[in-house]
Design a protein around this ligand. Structure first.
Ligand code: CA
Length: 299
């Protein structure tokens, strides 16, 4: 059916595609970046003595996401749709769990919560950011880290995903009447599209399906080449978009509350997102800078 894609999840082990990085942190030449780089010096430039390649640390200036480590004094400019949709729940900023710094975005799912009752059929816990890009073209890479705790599956369609939505690209296919084009990238919990939305395509890589159950209690790195995925699943790379909207979610769809109550299995999850990136650079996983659990000094 589908040709395997170089979707990258979890740790990067090598550089066997055009898209990613060596395990020692050196970046590969990225084919899709070549439009913004000149690989040959001008003819008049004197030749330079050979030198060892220097590591290329991720350049924070290229990150198009603001407050990408959730260290600002407020959650801005992240938002959710909890005040517009009964399916959406608000998020919080954690100051006890972080991948970098001391804060992360915290999505708390508990279908059995009686204090703050949650929708029983469809519940979406997410963070959203709307942004424009310098040339209004889709950035090449999206990456970040997530951590899952307290995961209890209640229903088949319970999962983590990220969504990239391009608004009003001028180069959309002639046969598309949609003003927005969404690409949903499943991170964990499902291995096939959970629902059908006309302007949403699910980027499943049959050769590297996301884990059916998420890895728990550790930070998991993810990175995707959005140009490759839009090209494969929509047939174009959005240009001249009015803006882009980025979602990171944990959710369930089409849950049967009656069946769930019978099995006494509420849907629960605490999902943290941190160290998020959207931009031209391929990145590598980094070690958490803060301990998961604060240590208590011994007297
Ligand atoms: Ca952080």
């Amino acid at each position: 059916m589908h040709t395997p894609l170089p979707i990258l999840t979890l740790l990067i082990a090598g550089c066997n595609s055009s898209s990613f990085s060596h395990s020692d942190g050196r970046r590969c030449r990225v084919a899709t970046d070549e439009g913004s780089h000149h690989s040959s010096p001008p003819p008049s430039q004197p030749s330079l003595p050979p030198s060892s390649p220097s590591p290329l640390p991720p350049n924070p200036q290229t990150n198009l996401l603001q407050n990408h480590s959730f260290e600002s004094s407020s959650s801005d400019p992240w938002y959710d749709f909890s005040n517009k949709s009964t399916s959406w729940l608000p998020f919080t900023i954690s100051n006890t769990t972080a991948h970098t710094g001391t804060h992360s975005a915290h999505l708390h799912m508990d279908s059995a919560d009686t204090t703050n009752p949650q929708p029983q059929t469809t519940a979406i816990h997410g963070i959203v950011q709307t942004l424009t890009t310098p040339d209004n073209t889709l950035p090449t890479y999206i990456s970040g880290h997530y951590k899952v705790t307290n995961w209890n599956r209640s229903t088949e369609k319970q999962y983590l995903q990220l969504v990239v939505m391009a608004a009003r690209p001028t180069n959309k296919p002639a046969n598309s009447n949609y003003p927005t084009h969404q690409l949903a990238i499943p991170l964990a919990g499902i291995t096939e599209p959970p629902l059908k939305i006309g302007n949403r395509r699910f980027a499943f890589d049959q050769a590297a399906l996301p884990p059916k159950e998420p890895t728990q209690d550790t930070w998991v790195f993810f990175q995707y080449n959005l140009h490759d995925l839009y090209q494969k699943h929509w047939g174009f790379i959005p240009e001249n978009s009015k803006d882009f909207r980025i979602f990171f979610e944990v959710r369930y769809d089409n849950r049967d509350p009656a069946a769930d109550q019978q099995t006494d299995k509420p849907a629960t999850a605490d999902v943290y997102f941190d160290t998020l990136y959207l931009g031209p650079d391929s990145r590598t996983p980094t070690t958490p800078t803060t301990p998961t659990t604060p240590t208590t000094p011994t007297p």
